[in-house]
Design a protein around this ligand. Structure first.
Ligand code: NAD
Length: 488
């Protein structure tokens, strides 16, 4: 008998960008690999009036380039059905329930349902309430809800949203997506640290000088200017992806790799983060915004459509986090992220303290650096010192590179594919839990409050550069330098 998963996916926002670019290709990959076979169906819902035929063509189009063959793509798309639906209209949920029940019978799904909320969070409460009241939630199988970011706009709104959703679903039915947590190299942080005693034994303030996290984007706001102008990089990147990476890098070893143990340790270190006063936030964080590129070819942020001429929204953030516990006190964690930078790269640099002994003085040696490339390049490199060939005992820097080949990266599963499979299996380890979301909102809210009180302009940087000079100064004043080198 097949071991493949059985599920009915109901995707709210089925005509949206995310569904087409990420969700349909990811579900297809699971189908191709046999994680789902015949006992699955997808209902796409959105406001537009689409026929099943048109929807199936859209799905086929979204998997062009990855499909085994046209026939296979067509066979896959036959599992997809479309229901025009206004999420605020109660009657529409009754129609949706009838379709869901009939597809459940047709594909022998056994009542397992995944409700994927790929829409604006303003609708999450309405949708979950109706799913419960109109009995789309089954008694016979599992019922899980996948929620896209942004989960609120600050602590208060995210708490209200969470409370609203919890009126209809239990917390262990909620899967809050942070797609960084589905990335191979982000999951590799735990393995690299805890499977290598050589690494884990020096992963503390006795040996580490500072940690740097860079999530750099080459693209600008594209079609998302309206959303982005209200959000900015602090909410869009720091609150979720960056804070999750910080917690994985600095948590203590969990007793096991199960959801609760990992969460317990992540929460422990997040509670040790020093929440900043407005004065400290001004000192430790820099907000930037891109201007027209030096060659004049790339427009500045304020010139983008749907962005006000005097918008202060940050397209760049750099900052310093302090963790107040025995393991990390005195080790700054520098983070930065921005749009329209030199290149797309997500990278972590762990910078070790230099030796200071009679044999080799600090000024003659390079700092040992472990670099984790999270994407698009993937892999780990290590910078060490070695003897320079020739007379005397001079030193030079050596580098050990373990970068994955293009082919290996292509073959490894996509973040969304892994996370949807985890949801099918009921594994919430690589999803953001409410306590983590709440703690990170409290952290970034303090910075947002400081910025809201300030009349100063963001630090401007021309599009296509590595960001504002004020960010470099943040490190320089601590006697550090950014290790990330986009040209390398
Ligand atoms: P989108 O604007 O392309 O799609 C929104 C969808 O919601 C459409 O299908 C639209 O028809 C539907 N919709 C809107 N109002 C509705 C209503 N009243 N009733 C029924 N349907 C309605 O948005 P998107 O880019 O696909 O993003 C979806 C969600 O995922 C958002 O919360 C976004 O922040 C998040 N997200 C998107 C991306 C991305 O790369 N696109 C990345 C991360 C998170």
């Amino acid at each position: 008998m097949s071991q493949a998963n059985k599920a009915l996916f109901i995707i709210f926002g089925g005509t949206g960008d995310l569904a087409k670019r990420k969700l349909y290709p990811s579900i297809y990959r699971l189908y191709k690999k046999g994680y789902i076979e015949e006992n699955f169906a997808v209902i796409g819902t959105a406001r537009r009036e689409w026929s099943d035929e048109h929807y199936q063509e859209v799905v086929q189009d979204s998997i062009k380039g990855i499909a085994e063959s046209e026939e296979h793509a067509e066979q896959f798309s036959r599992h997809f059905h479309y229901q025009s639906h206004n999420v605020k209209d109660t009657e529409h949920y009754d129609t949706l329930k009838n379709l869901a029940d009939s597809l459940d019978d047709q594909f022998d799904i056994g009542g397992n349902r995944i409700f994927y909320l790929s829409m604006s969070p303003t609708f999450f409460g309405t949708i979950t309430k109706h799913l419960r009241s109109q009995k789309l939630v089954t008694d016979s199988g599992f019922n899980r809800v996948i929620i896209e970011k942004p989960f609120g706009t600050d602590y208060e709104s995210s708490k209200a949203l969470n409370d609203e959703i919890l009126e209809a679903f239990e917390s262990d039915q909620l899967y809050r997506i942070d797609h960084y947590l589905g990335k191979e190299m982000v999951q590799n942080i735990l393995t690299f640290r805890f499977a290598n005693p050589m690494i884990e034994s020096i992963w503390n303030n006795q040996f580490i000088s500072n940690i740097q996290i860079t999530l750099s984007e080459e693209l600008g706001v594209e079609e998302r200017a309206e959303y982005y102008d209200k959000s900015g990089a602090l909410r869009d990147m720091i609150q979720n992806h960056v804070m999750q990476i910080v917690s994985l890098l600095t948590m203590d070893a969990p007793a096991s790799l199960n959801t609760d143990e990992v969460r317990k340790q992540k929460m422990k270190v997040m509670s040790a983060l020093k929440v900043l006063s407005p004065e400290e936030a001004e000192q430790s964080f820099v907000r930037g915004q891109y201007t027209r590129s030096a060659d004049g070819k790339v427009a500045g942020y304020r010139e983008e459509e749907k962005v006000a001429d005097d918008s202060k929204t940050e397209t760049y953030v750099a900052g310093k986090l302090d963790i107040e516990n025995d393991r990390w006190s005195g080790v700054p964690v520098y983070v930065r992220t921005g749009k329209k930078l030199t290149k797309k790269e997500a990278q972590i640099n762990i910078v070790f303290k230099k030796p200071d002994n009679p044999l080799y003085q600090a000024e003659n040696t390079a700092a040992n650096v472990v670099t984790m490339y999270l994407g698009p390049r993937e892999g780990i490199t290590l910078e060490l010192n070695e003897k320079k060939i020739g007379p005397g005992m001079n030193i030079e820097k050596m580098q050990l590179d373990h970068l994955r080949t293009e082919g290996t990266i292509q073959e490894s599963p996509e973040a969304y594919e892994k996370l949807i499979l985890d949801c099918l299996s009921g594994d919430r380890t690589h999803f953001a839990h409410w306590e983590e979301v709440a703690a990170s909102w409290k952290y970034v809210d303090a910075i947002r409050t400081a910025w809201n009180q300030s009349s100063s302009e963001p630090a401007f940087y021309p599009a296509g550069t590595i960001g504002p000079k004020e960010a470099d100064e943040l490190l320089n004043k601590d006697g550090n330098e950014w290790i990330w080198n986009p040209d390398k």
